[in-house]
Design a protein around this ligand. Sequence first.
Ligand code: NAP
Length: 464
Amino acid sequence: MLLIDGEWIETDEKIAVRNPFNKEIVGYASRATREQTLAAARCAKAYESDLTAYDRCEILNDTAAQIEREEAEFVAQIVAECGASVKEAQKEVRRAVTLLRVCAEEARRISGEAIPTDVTSDRKKNLAVTLRVPIGLVCAITPFNRPLNQVVVKLAPAIAANNSVILKPSEKTPLSAVKFVKCLIANGLPARMVSLVTGDPGEVGETLVTCPDIDMITFTGSRAVGERIARSAGMVRMTFELGDSGALVVLDDADLELAADVAAKGAFATAGQSCRGVKRILVQEGVADRFAALLVQEAKKLTFGDPYSPQNDIGCLIDEAAAQAVEDRVDESVESGAKLLYGPPRDGAVLGPRVLDFVPKESPLVREETFGPCAPIVRIKDLAEAVDCVNGGEYGLQTGVFTASIHQAFEAAQKIKSGAVIINDGPQFESPFIPFGGVKKSGLGREGARFAIEEMTTVKTIVF
Ligand code: NAP
């Protein structure tokens, strides 16, 4: 269904959404035309919200409460459309609820400052007051992984800041997005404040990013698409959350058991389809044998396969082609000298954890973003080599560093070029209260409730 000018519309042309594990059709999304996409943007732009901060806070809190009550339905939807396991989908729904509540609180805190102007020699006794006002129409484009959370991360701060929104979820996973938007409207969000369009990325996505009604694009997805949008969008505000080759550095003095546990969780959760996952592990030579053995032990504890089976820790990848691509990259790195320590056989879109050691630093498996359950160990001499290795790559979203030394932790935190450096935890660390975003090719701008609201508002000055 499309949501245009407050009305839900069915189109004749539909996209079948299939469960990636058993390939069964689990729902249909509408295929919007270019004209419908433009109309959806025009209508959302024309709508002027008169919601107060109190109203927005209530809507977001009530939506959170409904999702909490209907957790089982939201979980079932996520499992069906993206093949995440039930356990992972539960975590995703709970994260979405938390984020809605944090954005609800932040809706009440959007404020400005009072600035006296009698500071120059002309002694003008004015008072300037700044306000943070909505940026206008926010276009949110979201990826297939975590199909509920990726939408909430964008819509909750946009609504907290009183913007109109047009949402384009991934054509692979549009169903959770539709369910969430219905839930917002059921809890009081004016239906004309949000539009939703689904369809071909060329027809819908490209139309949106060049549409003159859009004031801001908030995009999460691949670097290639992000760069393409940046080239075509023109003068609008943009935040991009792109990929990473997420590094975890493990130094000689680290708590190895803890580091192996964090590495396994970071590398294999959501079948490795997470932008902030562990994608390469830089381990100091003296502890590499022991660490590799511990990591294999952790990998073997994980159950994976049928996403509908409630005991599985991990489900499957988004489709068989994605699993095959990851497998090919692993094979390529083995041909260039890496040693595969653990890697159960692939079955369709189900790819179990891969642990590799002696992976060459230059291998595409670690230099590029590999969106699958791989834990490649790269052996390094010391912290300096780890820093060079992290900084030498094209990405910089979040980096984890395990060490018992405050001096090494401090040095790593200062020298590593990354959106965040996490000491004694992994790049997967997340909290709705901290800024999230990358440097270099990992993105532009920040998410995280308060920080996203800053991006989605603009400063207006009133002088008395
Ligand atoms: P993707 O192929 O880049 O797609 C992302 C979104 O962009 C989808 O809605 C897609 O639509 C749309 N799109 C595709 N071509 C477009 C175009 N020309 N113009 C406008 N929109 C277009 O990414 P994905 O495969 O869904 O997701 C995986 C990627 O997302 C990974 O690289 C991952 O690192 C990144 N990611 C980053 C973060 C972060 O916070 N940094 C979080 C999650 C994921 P269709 O799906 O309909 O093609």
